[in-house]
Design a protein around this ligand. Structure first.
Ligand code: SF4
Length: 135
């Protein structure tokens, strides 16, 4: 199909989105997307990659974990922001580079709220940070 996804220099966030539904949601809002009657959404023109589009069928591409958006839109640059919201109550947000809060956790201290959030976002990859891994 001549896909150029691996050549993207823009894929430089710190977390890659691998969830199919989230990828498709981003693609549907992208100005490059085209909807064809039989195969559904396509990135640019089918099988005609350019420097900004890959020409892929997005129903398939979004399922493949190692695929990337040629414009780097499937990456997030994240920051963790913590605020006090009450006496002995803190909230910790995972915020993307567009200022959107993606997840939040509440704790009795800054440390507890932060730890809960980090556990939540890393659990799928490794294990909770408060679990000691012994060999
Ligand atoms: S893969 Fe990237 S460039 Fe292509 S439609 Fe999706 S968000 Fe847009």
């Amino acid at each position: 199909m001549g896909c150029n996804c691996g050549q993207s220099k823009k894929s430089q966030g710190n977390i890659v989105i691998t969830d199919e539904a989230t990828r498709m949601m981003i693609c549907k809002k992208c100005p490059e997307v085209n909807k064809l009657s039989v195969i559904g959404h396509v990135c640019g023109k089918l099988a005609q990659p350019t420097k900004d589009t890959c020409g892929c069928i997005l129903k398939l591409k979004t399922k493949l974990k190692n695929q990337r958006c040629p414009q780097g839109k499937w990456w997030y640059k994240m920051q963790i922001v913590t605020k006090q919201i009450g006496k002995n109550e803190y909230i910790c947000y995972l915020r993307d580079d567009r200022g959107m809060n993606l997840k939040a956790e509440i704790g009795k201290t800054v440390t507890e709220a932060t730890q809960k959030l980090i556990d939540k976002i890393t659990y799928g990859l490794y294990a909770p940070m408060n679990v000691k891994i012994t060999s």
